[in-house]
Design a binder for this molecule. Sequence first.
Ligand code: DQA
Length: 143
Amino acid sequence: MKFLVLNGPNLNLLGQREPGIYGENTYGSLCKRLEEFAAAHGSTADCIQSNHEGALIDAIHAAQGKYDAIVMNPGAYTHYSYAILDALKAVDVPCIEVHISNVHQREEFRHKSVTAPACVGQICGLGLYGYEAAIRYFLETVH
Ligand code: DQA
């Protein structure tokens, strides 16, 4: 399968950004891990990160016909981007939403995801493993 792994704002700072919450592994190491995991399963994972809403929307549009599934952590856009919600609805590519932290143990504004309704499901609180879990789900269920 071909996976698009999309990360939103501030996730480029993984490893240095609030390490008590997001851990000490860098964004680069996350991408390497997912690329290797996908390759070990006869698949590919292309990682894209942007701090810009429009660039994330463009990447979702471009996924149509190119990728079998999207694994997306929209960062803070999760909580208010109806434009990303609409982009996910506009394409025929299934998406799982991932959050590194357990958003439900954090501030109230993080409890609500406006983007999750357009996703197959949501994984949160499992650290970076959540991305791999999402890929595993697609590998086992989509044929
Ligand atoms: C996050 C949770 C969001 O609330 C936050 O804005 C992020 C990261 C997570 O992975 O836990 O940027 O999506």
